[in-house]
Design a binder for this molecule. Structure first.
Ligand code: ATP
Ligand code: MG
Length: 259
């Protein structure tokens, strides 16, 4: 494929005495979907938080598009084109969908009202409508408050919000931590389609999930973490369900010689 969007080498991360990540190498290319798998506590969210700037590794190197970076915050990562949807998502309940999609980048009205900071709600709704159409996501009318949405619908909006932001970047990177955990069949299909759309546009996507069929369906490559170590990194087409389950549970030996 193409250029490496994200390239992490030798990542260690300790939470006090807990070694959450142990010498992990990880990369994702532009337009590639990597499924990151592993049991509870394997270190998936921790690695995602290293990539999103929420955590700093104890040691290791991180490069974005071939350039070494030192993220001090999610803001730094966002400036480098990285957007993450966290396992526990943050939407503003009392606001409508369009507002949530545009938080922090609201269009202002033209003229004096805009100078005073008045938001152009009509433009915002139209733009949000257009963006969600582009992404193939339709959940509920734009003016519906988020508190009136179901858990699954909220999750779709949170994902769409990050997707909308990342499409605004060239060479964007989208990190999804269990985006479909709360979703039913239809909504999971929607997110699956969204992931494909994003990858088709050259966005690098990392998907953490416990849903193996989804991982096999949507990813180009599968990476398995086991107790903070990477134990498998393999093109999806070159592996099968039983092998992946073996790596997740630890019954199958690591692909990598252990130190
Ligand atoms: N803030 C924290 N402080 C201390 N230990 C933590 C913290 N966050 C995670 N850990 C520990 O680090 C290890 C990795 O946790 P992590 O959340 O990365 O796992 P995960 O693979 O995302 O699991 P899950 O599938 O349950 O979401 C676990 O042992 C966990 O207890
Ligand atoms: Mg997690």
């Amino acid at each position: 494929m193409s250029e490496r969007a994200f390239d992490l080498t030798g990542i260690d991360l300790h939470y006090g005495f807990v070694k959450a990540l142990d010498g992990v190498d990880f990369h994702v290319e532009q337009g590639e979907v990597v499924a990151m798998l592993g049991d509870n506590g394997a270190g998936k969210s921790t690695l995602m938080k290293v990539m999103s700037g929420a955590h700093r590794p104890t040691s290791g190197h991180i490069a974005v598009h071939g350039r070494e970076v030192h993220f001090h915050s999610p803001h730094d990562a966002a400036a480098a084109g990285v957007q993450m949807v966290y396992q526990d998502l943050a939407l503003v309940e009392a606001q409508d969908i369009a507002t949530n999609l545009n938080l922090g980048r609201e269009p202002l009205r033209k003229g004096p009202l805009g100078w005073l900071g008045f938001v152009d709600r009509k433009a915002m709704r139209e733009e949000s409508d257009r963006e969600l159409d582009l992404l193939g996501v339709r959940t509920a009318p734009m003016h519906r408050p988020v508190e009136m949405l179901s858990g699954g619908q909220r999750q779709v909006i949170a994902i769409a919000r990050s997707a909308v932001r990342v499409t605004g970047e060239s060479n964007g990177i989208l990190l999804l931590d269990e985006p479909t955990a709360a979703l039913g069949y239809e909504q999971t299909r929607l997110v699956e389609g969204l992931i494909r759309t994003m990858a088709g546009r050259g966005i690098a996507v990392v998907l953490v999930t416990h849903n193996l069929p989804l991982a096999f369906e949507v990813s180009h490559r599968i990476v398995v973490l086991n107790r903070g170590r990477k134990v498998a990194d393999i093109p999806t087409a070159d592996t099968e369900n039983d092998h992946v389950v073996g790596w997740i549970t630890g019954s199958r030996p690591s692909m990598f010689a252990s130190a």
